[in-house]
Design a protein. Structure first.
Length: 155
């Protein structure tokens, strides 16, 4: 139970003190995702330097889970290649499909850092979409940026 309390504190800290929040220029792609189930929203911009994620900026509104998830995601993907960031997103998806399996969380802890705090969310299918929304937005924006006429280069 002590671990769960620590995870809740991490989520609340990211919610109250979001990392990377605020839409910034330059960017190659901007997407807007909405969770129709609960109304959470995120507008996310991605700025690539070649195939490296130079910046992710965002604005959003919604529950603490959706907003904390985008903050934790920001910390994990800046400076990584799009391929590495998508792999991290797949690991987060594995965590969200774990239904609270502590072994899965433990195996992913080093790679997911603060994002492993969302392990408890995986027990609640209705909340999983909240946690995954920003990762889906990143995947969408990265694909758009890579296919833009500048090919991911600064515009």
């Amino acid at each position: 139970m002590q671990l769960q309390s620590m995870y809740q504190d991490i989520i609340l800290d990211h919610y109250r003190n979001p990392h990377g929040r605020g839409l910034r220029d330059p960017f190659q792609a901007e997407v807007h995702h909405v969770n129709p189930t609960c109304g959470d929203e995120v507008t996310l911009r991605v700025n690539l330097d070649g195939e490296t994620i130079a910046d992710v900026s965002y604005e959003g509104m919604g529950c603490s889970i959706s907003q904390a998830s985008v903050s934790a995601m920001y910390d994990l993907v800046i400076g990584k290649s799009v391929t590495e960031a998508m792999h991290t997103g797949e690991q987060f998806m594995t965590l969200m499909q774990s239904k609270g399996n502590a072994t899965v969380a433990e195996e992913l802890e080093d790679d997911l850092e603060d994002a492993v705090a969302f392990a408890g969310v995986s027990k609640y299918p209705a909340r999983v979409k909240c946690a995954l929304m920003s990762w889906m937005a990143l995947k969408d924006a990265s694909a758009r940026a890579l296919s833009s006429p500048t090919g991911g280069a600064d515009a």
